[in-house]
Design a protein around this ligand. Structure first.
Ligand code: SF4
Ligand code: SF4
Length: 126
């Protein structure tokens, strides 16, 4: 995923239009069943690697609403596929190309964010 949105989100939608990867959707458009919060599609998030600060974080008024998650790369394929099975994520499934897993469809990520911080879902801070 890259980044994920927590239950501290107030659903203000400020982050949605700022995302350069159209990775963020509101709760009504979320692929998660009975979603209550704005959702980041991990298979689309590119961690805004070309910007100094992730655009969603920059737009968000709520401390703690956006946290780090694991890089969306093959090494964490099982992590995301398990999350998909549990309904934490709903990774896009293409009719012909199959699921957009990290293995099949890796995304750029910020290499300066440690795996320890990612695993702990540390709050973004810049
Ligand atoms: S980090 Fe960037 S690409 Fe990822 S959800 Fe936030 S705005 Fe979109
Ligand atoms: S800007 Fe922050 S509080 Fe607003 S919808 Fe996005 S994550 Fe939630």
């Amino acid at each position: 995923m890259a980044v994920m949105i927590t239950d501290l989100c107030i659903n203000c939608s400020s982050c949605i239009d700022e995302c350069p990867a159209t990775a963020i959707v509101d709760a009504d458009s979320s692929p998660i069943e009975n979603a209550e919060f704005t959702y980041v599609k991990p298979e689309k998030c590119i961690e805004c690697v070309d910007s100094s600060v992730p655009k969603c974080f920059d737009a968000c008024p709520t401390e703690g609403a956006i946290v780090w998650n694991m890089p969306y790369i093959a090494q964490f394929n099982e992590y995301y596929m398990k999350g998909h099975e549990k309904g934490i994520y709903q990774i896009r499934v293409h009719k012909k190309r199959g699921i957009f897993s990290p293995e099949a469809n890796p995304k750029p990520y910020r290499k300066n964010i440690s795996l320890v911080d990612r695993e702990a879902h540390t709050v973004l801070a810049f």
